[in-house]
Design a protein around this ligand. Sequence first.
Ligand code: SF4
Ligand code: SF4
Length: 266
Amino acid sequence: MEELRAKAKELLAAGTVKVVVGYGEGSDKYRARAVFVRKAEQADKLICDARCQQNLAVYLTRSEVKAMGKPAVVARPPAMRTLLQLAAERQLAPGDVVVLGISADGKLLDLPDFKAIESYVATVPMDWESNPELARLEAMSSEERWAYWKEQFSHCIKCYACRSSCPLCYCSRCTVECNQPQWIFAAPHTLGNLEWHVMRAMHLAGRCIDCGSCSDACPVGIPLNLLTQMLAREVKSDFDQVAGLSADSEYALSSFKPDDKEDFIR
Ligand code: SF4
Ligand code: SF4
C-alpha cells in the first residue's frame, strides 16, 4: 500500500497524470470505494487490500473522468484485461493512461506499456476456465438452461446497474433507451427482460473480459457473468479468440475474412 501511495504521489507531483483512479475507504470497514485523487498530498487516501476488487477501468471511458486530464488507474488483472480490450476497440491509445498494476497477491507491478500488460495477463487464468457454476450450467439440457435463465431474468428490475458497472458498456446511448423505434421494451416484464438480457449478452459476446462486476452490482443477485462466460467459451471454441489478452485483437463478431469457407460473404 505504501509503495502504491508513493508512486501515486510521485506521478501527481510531477504532473505526469492529473488524477489517480484508485480505491479508498468505503462507507464502513468492510467496503472500499473508488476514489479520484487529484493532488499529491491526497495520495494517502489510497488503499489496497482484499476489499478492493471493483474493476476501476470502468471509469476511464466516462466523460467526467476524461475531463480531469490524463489518468493513472489502479488495476487488478481484470482491469488490466479491460485496458487491453479498450485499446483493441480503439477507446484507449498507448500513453493515454498510466497503469498501477496490482498482482493477484497484492503487489505493485511495473507495467510500462501494453506489451508488458499483455505478458502479465497471459499468466493469469480466466475465471471461466474453471468456474464450477459454469460447469453445472453446461451439464444441463438446453430446456433446463432455458428454464434456469427465464427464472433468473424474472427477478430483473431493469435498474441497469450491470450496465453501469461494465467497463465494456461505454456506448453514449444504449439501445434500451431508444424509443423511436423502441426495439426493447422498457418495462421489467418477461419479454422486456429477455430482450434486454439477450441484447446485453450478445453485445458483450467476445468482448467480456470476465471481471464479474455486472454480477456484483446486481441488486437481485442474477449471476450475469455466467452468461457472458458461456459466450466467452463459445467464442474461444469457434473463433479461437479470448477478449482482453491483446491490445491489437479483432472482435470475433464484427470482423470477417474474404476467404471464409462459408458462402455468406458472396
Ligand atoms: S459483462 Fe460483466 S464480467 Fe463481462 S466485462 Fe462487463 S461487467 Fe465484466
Ligand atoms: S443489475 Fe440486475 S436487476 Fe439491474 S438491470 Fe442488471 S440484471 Fe436487472
